[in-house]
Design a protein around this ligand. Structure first.
Ligand code: SF4
Length: 333
């Protein structure tokens, strides 16, 4: 049955996480993107848009879903030859639609077990490269925001220092909001805010303390939580968010309690379904959440946001306005 992208269909697509492209001619290079940060780094993906919703799906020949051109104006996603949703493909600007979302250091000294970045050992972009990327995105006329993220190439302090310099330069040249996601330091919020960032994300990754100590053995969950609390003081409510991954063996109860803790201090939780990465095979067990779990936990977080007078749809940078990878409260559900 042909349909617009509802929250239930989006949850189903997210639970699969991938799609196969049977006719490569429908997918020009400008419609593809390659992630350079986080658990999905290294893979190619596409953005599918239908009605008010958008989903990012990785491109995988073994996916049970396929993306197909139906007619001149319509792209559909099919399962077993049956259309489950119709819409169109959307061009990413720089990583995602309508944003220049740039990974500054594509390498990391830490060794979080779900993340391929330490294995990939990518480049560190210099100011000229970043300026060029933002300028190309700006030239399209559809740049809404600049978002910056980074692995930790030497120390968290050095990474914040690098970000401060980049943000100062970008704020002189562009009048769009800038969001930043880094590993926090004692003064990262104060320094990034003073440099001109308007929104910040420090990821807790998981609120299950036992799982955190296993998958992020070199990091401190309490340290990230303390930094998030301080970030709300500096950036203000609705301007601070944090990823909680779904798929590492955490229970719904721990996710709900953890999301309650974050919303209680004014932080917007982002529930991020993850898939196992081939570069981390054997190091961590990952089971992508099913659609029912995504909807159930999505509603839980939406209710928590509402009861704490927080709005996920006020964010202007990074993942909350993009929505590609998540069932985003107040936008999707
Ligand atoms: S939701 Fe975030 S990680 Fe996913 S495509 Fe959008 S900006 Fe990138």
């Amino acid at each position: 049955m042909q349909s617009e992208l509802s929250s239930d269909i989006k949850a189903y697509l997210l639970s699969r996480g991938s799609v196969k492209v049977e006719d490569p001619s429908i997918l020009s290079d400008s419609l593809k993107t390659t992630a350079t940060a986080g658990p999905g780094a290294g893979g190619s993906s596409l953005f599918f848009r239908s009605g008010d919703r958008r989903v990012r799906l990785s491109i995988n020949d073994r996916s049970p879903l396929s993306v197909v051109r139906e007619d001149e104006d319509t792209i559909v996603i099919k399962k077993n030859h049956e259309i489950i949703v119709s819409g169109d493909l959307e061009s990413p600007l720089c990583h995602c639609p309508r944003q220049a979302y740039i990974t500054v250091s594509e390498k990391c000294i830490y060794d979080c077990k779900f993340c391929p970045v330490p294995k990939i050992k990518g480049e560190i972009k210099d100011n000229e490269q970043i300026s060029r990327m933002v300028s190309d995105a700006y030239a399209t006329g559809s740049l809404d925001a600049i978002s910056l993220t980074s692995g930790v190439s030497e120390t968290p302090e050095a990474e914040v220092e690098r970000m401060v310099g980049i943000i100062k330069k970008l704020t002189r040249e562009y009048d769009v909001p800038i969001g930043v996601s880094v590993y926090p330091t004692d003064d990262s919020s104060a320094r990034l805010y003073a440099a001109g960032a308007s929104e910040i994300k420090y990821n807790v990754e998981t609120m299950d303390e036992r799982i955190f100590s296993q998958v992020c053995p070199e990091l401190s969950l309490q340290g990230v939580l303390d930094s998030l609390e301080n970030a709300v003081d500096v950036f203000g409510r609705n301007n601070v968010c944090s990823n909680i991954m779904l798929g590492l063996g955490e229970s719904d109860e721990v996710v709900a309690k953890g999301a309650g803790k974050l919303t209680g201090i004014g932080v917007i939780p982002i529930l991020r379904p993850i898939s196992p990465h081939p570069l981390r095979r054997g190091e961590v067990e990952v089971r992508r959440p099913d659609a029912e779990r995504l909807v159930r936990l999505g509603k839980t977080v939406r209710d928590l946001l509402d009861s704490n007078s927080l709005r996920a749809d006020r964010a202007r940078t990074m993942c909350l306005p993009c929505t590609g990878c998540d069932l985003t409260p107040h936008r999707d559900i």
